[in-house]
Design a protein around this ligand. Structure first.
Ligand code: IPE
Ligand code: IPE
Ligand code: MG
Length: 251
């Protein structure tokens, strides 16, 4: 990180962020890498490379201020439809990111988790991913949850199949199914629902992300493209979140 920036405690103090009332789970749709590159007449892959630097910044700030869980939407089930060149560039960037960040996750106590159809990722990416998850599994600091080859509808279909199989073999009574049963059979079974969902680059849509889990998340959409998204804007969004009145249907 840029050494000229003030320490994060100073920045959060300046902005009046209450570190005791941070969201327990922040989820981010990291969008706009392609447009960032296009504006500069660069290949989309350059946008993804710059986007990976923003990932590093936002993971670092989140860890420093004490966000317990950070979920990043890195690749959707629909993203498999992109050109083979772009998909393979994204996969090698992901592998490079995991390799370079592993020591940083270890020294900062970050635990890696992944959600999505991981079995569809190239074998070498799966290998590094599982090695990193394993190496970081006892880290107590923050859960970094990567949504990779993730689609919320696919997740719900998978959950439905698991429950139907259990009902068929007699280990689950359909009448006993509750919201808790559903939550505990999703990829996110070990994580709280997001309190705050951020989307960069201005699109007013969810793009098949965490449909069940965001039922009561606070939404924040910024027009900033992901490679331009900064620590400063992130802190402003956290401050804005703390000013929201979360009523959950109550008065
Ligand atoms: C987000 O940026 C990264 C992924 C979806 C993998 P995009 O690649 O979607 O960038 P835009 O939306 O085309 O600008
Ligand atoms: C959502 O962005 C997926 C990720 C950020 C990984 P997309 O660019 O794929 O979504 P759409 O096409 O704008 O809906
Ligand atoms: Mg996009």
């Amino acid at each position: 990180m840029n050494s000229k920036l003030p320490p994060v405690e100073v920045a959060t103090l300046e902005k009046g962020i209450d570190l005791q009332r941070l969201p327990a789970h922040v989820a981010i749709i990291m969008d706009g890498n392609g447009r960032w590159a296009k504006q500069r007449l660069l290949n989309r892959v350059h946008g993804h490379e710059r986007g990976a630097e923003t990932v590093r910044t936002i993971v670092t700030v989140s860890r420093e201020i004490g966000i317990p869980t950070l979920t990043l939407y890195a690749f959707s089930t629909e993203n498999w439809q992109r050109s083979a060149i772009e998909v393979s560039a994204l996969m090698s960037l992901l592998k490079k990111f995991l390799e370079s960040e592993k020591p940083i996750m270890m020294s900062n106590g970050i635990r890696l988790n992944a959600i999505g159809q991981i079995e569809r990722l190239p074998q070498d990416v799966q290998d590094v991913l599982f090695q990193t998850i394993e190496a970081t599994r006892h880290n107590p600091g923050m859960v970094l949850n990567l949504a990779l080859s993730y689609g919320a509808r696919a997740e719900i279909v998978r959950m439905t199949r698991i429950l139907a199989e259990k009902a068929r073999d007699g280990s689950l009574d359909p009448q006993s199914i509750t919201e808790e049963t559903v939550s505990s059979h999703l990829y996110t079974h070990n994580l709280p629902d997001p309190d705050l969902l951020i989307r960069t680059s201005g699109e007013m849509r969810i793009s098949n992300f965490l449909l069940w889990q965001i039922a009561y998340s606070e939404l924040h959409i910024t027009r900033t493209l992901w490679p331009d998204f900064s620590r400063n804007e992130y802190l402003d969004i956290l401050k804005d979140y703390q000013q929201r009145d979360r009523r959950f249907g109550n008065v």
